[in-house]
Design a protein around this ligand. Structure first.
Ligand code: SAM
Length: 286
């Protein structure tokens, strides 16, 4: 970045929300670098981690740690600094601040107090993953991290059974296999999944498989479970949207023993569903 000369002019006293790379250090905008060069102070989640990015771009600025557990109290200090005329950039360890990263309380407080907040856009793993996954993107639901505990995870997934939009989750390598197992239990083994692993990095990979096959694939090789993950789940199709999963499970079990017409009729009675919808679903899926 030596071509981008250090700019010394000062910025208006505002809070600048600056996106930084999610892996590839070149994924940062010219504007982001200019802003980081010009602000009086850079608030960061982990000042040592962000220090590496800043030194790569030869940016030397005072830094101010701001993480989830001290955000409310430290945020007040930042707001006072802005009110006294300083310009402040907020960055996180990777990607866009506030997207599963600190900053919400600070931005909310700024908005309430009439302090200007300026977004400086750039990478975020959710959008990066969606842009190359091949799943519908006209509407999607960003779900962040699933709860870690078994019951919480299952309950959360149960609320999403009929969600028609593509769903996007962040997941850790330690929990990805367990999460796929729960998805199989709750959404069924046929639900299409796309995993985006190590986006913008050397081992960037996209895996696109039904949930049941995804589990086998991840279990085949520990390398498949290394690194950072975005997990995308295809939305429920029209039929799945209107037919509860429990009825589809019954239909699938009965179809193993009976002709589809009979299986659909019995399932319709048991679950108070439309016979024709079940029959149609059976023709397409069983
Ligand atoms: N603020 C970030 C953003 O805008 O995407 C997200 C921060 S969140 C604490 C970190 C999670 O984002 C990781 O656990 C992973 O799920 C996802 N993530 C971040 N970078 C990624 C990458 N290069 N490849 C895949 N997933 C990534």
């Amino acid at each position: 970045m030596s071509e981008i000369s250090q700019i010394s002019s000062t910025l208006p006293a505002k809070l600048y929300i600056v996106a930084t790379p999610i892996g590839n250090i070149n994924d940062i905008t010219y504007r982001a670098i200019e802003i980081l060069q010009q602000v009086d102070l850079i608030a960061a989640e982990d000042t040592r981690h962000s220090g590496k990015l800043l030194s790569h771009y030869q940016i030397k600025k005072p830094m101010f740690p701001l993480h989830d557990h001290n955000e409310r109290e430290r945020g007040k200090v930042l707001i006072e600094k802005i009110k006294s005329g300083q310009s402040i950039a907020l960055i996180s360890d990777a990607g866009t601040p506030l997207i599963n990263d600190p900053g919400y309380h600070l931005v909310n407080e700024c908005r309430q107090l009439g302090v200007d907040v300026v977004p400086v856009p750039g990478p975020s793993a959710v959008i990066t993953a969606l842009s190359a996954a091949g799943l519908p993107t006209d509407r999607f639901s960003y779900e962040g991290f699933l709860p870690v505990k078994e019951k919480g995870k299952k309950d959360k997934l149960s609320t999403l059974i009929e969600e028609p939009r593509t769903m996007v989750f962040y997941e850790s390598p330690r929990r990805i296999v367990d999460t796929i197992e729960k998805i199989i239990n709750v959404l069924g083994p046929d639900r299409k999944l796309v995993i985006a692993r190590e986006l913008t990095k050397t081992f960037e990979s996209f895996y696109s498989l039904p949930a049941g096959e995804m589990l086998d694939f991840l279990n085949q090789d520990t390398n498949h479970c290394r690194g950072e993950f975005v997990l995308m789940v295809a939305g429920a199709t029209k039929d799945e949207e209107s037919i509860p999963q429990v009825a589809l499970t019954t239909l699938t079990l009965l179809k193993a023993e009976l002709p589809l017409k009979k299986a659909a009729a019995l399932t319709a009675q048991i679950h108070d569903q439309k016979k024709n919808d079940l029959y149609k679903w059976g023709l397409e899926n069983l």
